[in-house]
Design a protein around this ligand. Structure first.
Ligand SMILES: [Zn+2]
Ligand SMILES: [Zn+2]
Length: 798
């Protein structure tokens, strides 16, 4: 069967003006016309629907849903989840679920709608060139909300008194701005100013915008206050200016995102598929990772924007200020988070003046306060589907459904769960505090898990403060009192510490600790509503294991009543511990040392490569420490194996940003066709069977000796990993496999693994709305807590 003809089920959570406008009958007509089965129902978010049939027809439905929607309807968000087909027939309009409606809903920030865009550039309109134009169909929500209900006095617009005209719109039920809480105009609303480094206003209003544009044309760095925080902007074509920003921001080689004036300009630099174009222009308006067109790698965009990177993070203007600025400029600008690397986004102009001092030359600010930082979201299209890598503006805090036992399988009708929890018990309210890097928090109330925006790495004091605010913010917004607080089992994470503090309070929530990689696997299983039993694969950097070692290459068998670690990557020492995450050369040395212990000499061809990354005395010193076992914790981390191989291929000895070496290993393999993988057999291990990487080293050494191109060796490594997942699935007898962890941000790894599993007749699932990286851990923690009664106490410590 071709992919387009294979059965598929698509769930769409549609937000916006979709109730009372004939949307459900329209969905019914369209689905029936296309011969699709499924259902549609009103939900607190708008409309929830499922269609099922041949994949190609389901895709056509999704396209036509947007194109042919009723004229009065407005779609402000649309989140898709692909699920297993149930084999149901017929299409029905379901009655609304009154229970769900009780949860007050907070909407994300939405890109400027078509009507507002037209008015913005209409000289006859009273909001012509007004950078804060919005209506009930678009504009800021989450970033200006301070409390529920969502009324103007509960937003940061509270300080602006509506003028007579704006008030008339606000009070007229037939007006597009009826109860548009951020409604404003040049007479009564927020206003722009351009500041110098001393905070002195140089220009106001439209003059400020034009002067900022002029500064950007001249290669200056401008801090621009947007919807959820500050961006730092600079002319993306100007190599010297981009280099200056990179140096001032202490950014290393980490790629910058680029804001383009329009889709046509993007197409000049990148390959853009139909789905990618749709995502760029969607109300969520995320950064989309696109492949650069080879012939234009150096044309138009300065090399320093994304050095050595075949991809580019691209976004389109999604708020009136960006629309005006980019229309003025007509060329792409770097638009990177307004912060020092690893710190959270600046939201307040006074704070921005202090924290971005020495980075920006000018500050384009306004007086609409931002209630909480909301970064740009990042998505990537993988296997013809959207994959959210960073969930923030446009998505947060939309909920993901989490039932009382985690997830419901294959629709409501067909239950595969062996032990359904009592259907009418109201599940406990849960606060999950996430991991350490790429932190997010989640609040589960009833069957909704509200996921916070991306909060960043909890390495710096400002990031830690932002995290603590968010962990207090979500329960306060939803007036929820968590009965359970879930943390990573790592005792030293700052997130874990907060959970312990909360639990220690009088009448505080009960503390549940969840192993990091189990949380990853459960997040993926739950998001895809996978029938159990299934195999969860969690491959990422490092996480606290339960045997005193660092985990990161783990396989879990999850059944309705248990969870068990069934396989792992063979462990190896990491000289320098945490330093190894920044220095792939250390993982390489650890691998070689471990192999040398077996008396094999084949690693010799690899020695000079390691010599390249270490001074002779330094290597001897690290080896001596390794031999004594000093500061060399053992790990089974797939991320560190990627690092080691990248170093052994001569690609990189030190990372300038997290995951850089692994990314370069992926890029090295780009364009290489089908190859044979290295051997990566499953052998007996100390506790569970392990994937033995030693033959991989042997293969790398042999290929090094015969000068096989680096790209081919990188491809053979990826192929080995893809095949290894099939090996473990076969060995454990599982025919459903879920892929999670940061390693599966790697497109080649994911695509090859999916292809191999499918080739072996095994159903495979990967992330969609929730990031595979640590941004998805909070959801997994919620799911683990919901299932804790069903799982072994070894992995969930109550
Ligand atoms: Zn609008
Ligand atoms: Zn007004």
């Amino acid at each position: 069967m071709t992919a387009a003809a294979s059965p598929a089920r698509l769930r769409l959570a549609v937000g916006g003006v979709v109730q009372g406008v004939g949307f459900r009958p329209f969905v019914h007509r369209l689905a029936t016309e296309l011969g699709l089965a499924g259902w549609v129902a009103n939900s607190p978010q708008g409309v929830l629907l499922e269609v099922e049939g041949p994949r190609g027809v389901v895709e056509a439905f999704a396209r036509r849903l947007r194109a042919e929607r009723p004229p009065q309807s407005v779609i402000t968000s649309c989140e898709a989840t692909w699920l297993d087909a149930t084999g149901r027939n017929g299409f029905v309009i379901r009655p609304s679920d009154p229970a769900g409606a009780a949860t007050a809903l907070v909407l994300p920030d939405i890109a400027t709608c078509r009507e507002c865009r037209r008015e913005l550039f209409d000289p006859a309109n009273r909001r012509f060139r007004y950078p804060f134009i919005n209506c009930t169909h678009c504009g800021p929500r989450f970033s200006l909300l301070e409390a529920l209900p969502y009324d103007r006095p509960n937003t940061t617009m509270r300080g602006f008194r509506l003028c007579a005209e704006c008030r008339a719109e606000y009070e007229n039920p037939r007006d597009r701005r009826f109860h548009a809480q951020p409604n404003a105009c040049p007479r009564c609303g927020p206003r722009l100013e351009l500041w110098d480094a001393g905070g002195a206003a140089l220009f106001g209003g439209d003059d400020a915008l034009r002067a900022a544009a002029q500064a950007l044309r001249r290669g200056r760095i401008v801090a621009v206050k947007g919807v959820g925080g500050f961006h730092l902007m600079v002319d993306a074509r100007n190599a010297a200016a981009v280099a200056r920003l990179r140096e001032r921001k202490r950014r290393g080689a980490k790629p910058f995102a680029v804001l383009f004036p329009d889709l046509a300009a993007v197409r000049g630099v990148c390959e853009v598929s139909e789905l990618e174009a749709r995502l760029l222009e969607s109300p969520e308006a995320p950064i989309v990772l696109l492949a650069r067109r080879p012939e234009t790698v150096s044309a138009g965009i300065a090399d320093a924007v994304a050095p050595g990177n075949p991809n580019l993070g691209v976004l389109l203007p999604s708020n009136p200020l960006h629309l005006l600025l980019l229309a003025e400029l007509g060329f792409p600008v770097v638009a990177t988070s307004g912060n020092l690397s690893d710190e959270p986004l600046c939201t307040d102009e006074r704070e921005a003046l202090a924290r971005l001092c020495g980075i920006a030359d000018l500050w384009l600010v306004h007086d609409r306060p931002i209630a909480r930082p909301v970064d740009d979201s990042i998505v990537r299209v993988m296997l013809d589907r959207e994959l959210v890598l960073r969930r923030a503006r446009g998505y947060a805090p939309l909920p993901v459904r989490v039932t009382s036992d985690g997830w419901r399988v294959a629709g409501d009708e067909v239950g595969h769960m062996a032990q359904p929890v009592t259907p009418h018990s109201s599940p406990a309210t849960i606060l999950a505090v996430g991991a350490h890097l790429k932190n997010t928090v989640a609040l589960a109330v009833g069957e909704n898990a509200f996921l916070s925006q991306h909060l960043g790495d909890l390495e710096t004091e400002p990031a830690h403060a932002a995290f603590r605010r968010a962990a207090a913010d979500l329960p306060r917004l939803y007036a929820a009192t968590p009965e359970i607080v879930v943390a990573d089992s790592h005792p030293d994470y700052l997130s874990t510490r907060l959970a312990e503090e909360l639990a220690a309070r009088d009448g505080g929530p009960r503390l549940v600790r969840v192993q990091h990689h189990l949380a990853h696997a459960l997040a993926c299983l739950a998001e895809n509503e996978v029938a159990l039993p299934a195999l969860g694969v969690a491959w990422d950097g490092t996480g606290y294991g339960e045997d005193g070692t660092i985990w990161g290459g783990e396989f879990f068998r999850v059944t309705p009543s248990s969870v068990e670690r069934v396989a792992s990557l063979r462990s190896f020492p990491l000289p320098g511990g945490d330093a190894a995450a920044r220095e792939p050369r250390r993982a390489a040395l650890g691998l070689l040392q471990e192999a040398a212990g077996t008396g094999v000499e084949w690693a010799v061809p690899l020695q000079p490569v390691v010599g390249r990354w270490f001074a002779a005395r330094e290597a001897a010193w690290v080896r001596a420490a390794l031999a004594r076992g000093v500061n060399a914790p053992r790990c089974s981390s797939m991320g560190r194996l990627f690092d080691a191989v990248a170093a052994l291929l001569g690609l990189r000895g030190r990372n300038e940003f997290e995951g850089q070496a692994a990314m370069e290993l992926e890029f090295a393999a780009a364009g290489i066709g089908a190859v044979d993988g290295y051997e990566l057999p499953l052998v007996a291990g100390p506790s569970v069977p392990v994937l033995d990487w030693e033959p991989v080293l042997r293969g790398l050494a042999a290929d090094q000796a015969t000068r096989v191109p680096v790209g081919v060796r990188a491809a053979r490594f990826h192929e080995a990993l893809a095949a290894a997942v099939v090996t473990v699935a076969r060995a454990t007898g599982e025919n459903r496999v879920a892929l999670s962890g940061g390693c599966f941000q790697n497109r080649r790894l994911t695509e090859r693994t999916v292809a191999r599993l499918r080739g072996a007749g095994i159903a495979v699932y990967w992330h969609q709305r929730v990031p595979p990286n640590d941004g998805g851990v909070a959801l997994g923690q919620v799911v683990a807590a919901r299932r804790s009664g069903l799982m072994s106490p070894i992995t969930v410590i109550l």
